[in-house]
Design a protein. Structure first.
Length: 277
């Protein structure tokens, strides 16, 4: 059997829901995001999953806010940048696709694509099929690859439906977001089912939510996959102890992955592994 490839760490740095009331360490401005991203890179991150905020901390998908954050990050380090198209619950498709209007040097390396509707705490993250097709079309038109975000089991199959229509290339890269209240839980059987559902040659990451974050990142390392950590999904380094930035969660994920025998991927290695071109 061949050795597992290097382990790709993604930092979901900002999110749309985490607040400064939950943690004072949440980066909000472009400079704060870039500073934390540079520290994440030193700790082993290959890619950042990016949301942006207005000055008052509210969630936004505004292209100019993304442009400023992308430029600030790229001025500091060479991490791959994956922009969100999920945004926050309730946003319109045009709003969600703000970062997909960035071209040239500001173009993101990748963008998320959630392939189905799901309960999201007490809210609903709406992703009806026509909307999913439209976002897939815009990602394709920009010439970048999607990360298929799966909050529930049926979302893997929806990517195959998109592939049949020529809107997604398979094998794709998937992110299993496990443990959102109302969606699929963070358990080993759930992860095994998802891995078994993937088309041959797919790559995958696990994003455990809340207390599941670091254990799921470690389980992914043990199973040959990749891990996502960061303040979007979890603010604690350990029970009751806030992470002092995204970088501190990356340090811990890298330590756990190395303990499972995995080398940590550089951005260039991640680009090749995830076929980003
Ligand atoms: N904020 C969630 C409603 C994504 O970034 O693509 C959706 C989300 C997914 O975070
Ligand atoms: Zn997100």
């Amino acid at each position: 059997m061949s050795a597992a490839p290097p382990y790709v760490i993604t930092a979901a740095m900002v999110g749309a829901e985490t607040s400064r009331e939950q943690t004072p360490y949440l980066p909000i401005t472009a400079q704060e995001i870039a500073e934390d991203a540079a520290r994440c890179r030193e700790a082993g991150v290959a890619m950042v999953h990016l949301h942006v905020r207005r000055e008052d901390g509210t969630a936004s998908q505004d292209a100019e806010l993304f442009r400023a954050a992308i430029r600030a990050i790229r001025a500091r380090c060479d991490v791959l940048i994956q922009t969100s198209t999920g945004g926050a619950v309730g946003m319109s498709v045009d709003e969600r696709c703000g970062p997909l209007t960035l071209t040239g040097a500001d173009r993101p390396d990748m963008a998320t694509l959630t392939t189905g509707t799901v309960n999201f705490g007490d809210d609903v993250f709406h992703n009806p099929r026509p909307l999913v097709k439209e976002i897939a079309r815009r990602i394709q038109a920009l010439g970048i690859r999607p990360e298929i975000e799966c909050f529930d089991a049926g979302m893997v199959e929806q990517a195959e439906w998109l592939a049949i229509q020529g809107l997604v290339d398979l094998p794709a890269h998937y992110d299993f977001v496990l443990g959102v209240p109302g969606a699929l839980g963070a358990s080993e059987p759930a992860l095994d089912f998802l891995i078994d559902s993937l088309p041959a040659g797919s790559t995958w990451t696990v994003a455990g939510v809340g207390r599941h974050q670091l254990p799921m990142a470690e389980l992914a390392a043990a199973k040959g996959g990749n891990g996502r950590v960061g303040l979007e999904d979890n603010v604690f380094l350990s029970k009751g102890v806030l992470a002092k930035g995204n970088w501190e969660l990356v340090v811990e994920a890298a330590k756990r992955a190395r303990a499972r025998g995995r080398e940590i991927a550089t951005p260039q290695q991640a680009r090749e592994l995830l076929r980003l071109g």
